[in-house]
Design a binder for this molecule. Structure first.
Ligand code: UT7
Length: 333
């Protein structure tokens, strides 16, 4: 049996320079800055400009994470790319990042767990390192939502929420228990798969998309917001509790909570439910909206840059999203 354990060696993030404010959205559809802020906390988000995609953003974030890990791209043994918005139908986007990083041969794995993608990716990276099969894993969450949103009033309940961006972490071998991924906890429930989904184009349909489906806007994401909200506020505290019980850790032992950035109200409600003081939670949805698989690494990277997370701190990560999927991770950073 291998005795290896894993740790986060370095993190990085990248968001496009193009800022889209709530007022900009109000010029496209019937919505308002006040409605969006009151219901979600979001003030602005970033949207890519032509010429930039998920792989480019991921490459920027990865280079920063590698530099902070004290490694180069040649030291990476595996790339995991979490996204719900791959640059193309196939191949997966990880191979494009591999190419942009100037490396080849190493395996590239795209994963599809939406907003929980980064937590699933942490679990996969941790498992590969524990077995000894790989030493350094580059884990990326990267999303381009803006090119696939309904920018009319019909899509306003979804479109105002999402933003583009990328975050990355280099996961390597732990040398002691002062910096270590302690455990990951993954869940899914397909019973509610259609609660938040992008139905078309669909390979199970003949043809994959019709004019009728497009006229009905079925090539845009759709969501039952209220039900997703309820799911989030019940599952997030439960999956955090699961991580705490597994590691015999109490709330007071956790230095920082990094929740998925879907809605500031959800995160405030969850923090209140579990009794986590606001200064021990970091949120940045106000600036970036919901970047799905990228939201955890963008948020955690910012907390590190702000000095809110220091080496050796106990960090709890919680996420939920389409699938439905949800999960948590306890990390001694
Ligand atoms: O990471 C993915 C997971 N996704 C989520 O976590 C999302 C969870 N859900 C939510 O965050 C909230 O449900 C939303 C922010 C999406 C919506 O907030 P809500 O308080 O549940 O509003 P609602 O859907 O009940 O809509 C209330 C009203 C409706 O009008 P009527 O029927 O009361 O006349 C909507 O048509 O607000 C209207 N509305 C809007 N108005 C202005 C919906 N979207 C908008 C909008 N601007 N963008």
């Amino acid at each position: 049996m291998s005795q290896y354990r894993s740790r986060i060696l370095g993190m990085g993030a990248y968001v496009p320079s193009n800022v889209v404010t709530n007022h900009d959205l109000a010029a496209m559809m019937e919505t308002s800055h006040d409605w969006i802020v009151e219901r979600t906390g979001i003030e602005e988000r970033r949207w890519v400009l032509p010429g930039e995609g998920g792989a480019e953003m991921a490459t920027h974030a990865s280079k920063q994470a590698l530099e902070r890990a004290g490694l180069t791209a040649k030291d990476i043994d595996l790339i995991i790319y979490a996204t719900l918005s791959p640059d193309n139908g196939f191949p997966g986007t990880a191979v494009f990042v591999q190419r942009m990083l100037g490396i080849s041969e190493i395996p590239c794995l795209d994963i599809r767990q939406q907003c929980t993608g980064f937590v699933y990716g942490l679990s996969i990276a941790d498992a590969f390192i524990r077995t000894g099969q790989y030493k350094n894993v580059l884990l990326i969450g990267s999303e381009v939502h803006s090119t696939g949103l309904d920018k009319t009033t019909r899509g306003r309940d979804v479109t105002v929420l999402f933003g583009d961006g990328a975050g990355a972490a280099v996961i390597g071998r732990a040398v002691d228990d002062k910096q270590m991924i302690l455990s990951t906890h993954l869940h899914a429930d397909g019973a509610d798969a259609e609660m938040l989904w992008l139905e078309y184009p669909a390979s199970r349909e003949h043809p994959r998309i019709t004019e009728e489906a497009m006229a009905a806007g079925k090539h845009y994401p759709s969501m039952n917001g209220k039900r997703v909200f309820k799911h989030a506020v019940s599952k997030l505290p439960a999956v955090l509790m699961e991580a705490m019980v597994t590691n015999n850790v109490q709330l007071k032992d956790i230095d920082m909570l990094i929740p998925h950035q879907a809605n500031l109200r959800i995160n405030q409600m969850v923090a209140q439910m579990i009794g986590m003081p606001p200064e021990k939670t970091h949120n940045n949805i106000q600036k970036y909206g919901n970047t799905t698989a990228a939201s955890i690494p963008i948020c955690m990277n910012e907390a590190i840059e702000l000095g809110k997370i220091k080496r050796g701190d106990l960090v709890a990560i919680i996420a939920f999203g389409a699938g439905l999927t949800w999960g948590s991770c306890l990390v001694r950073y």
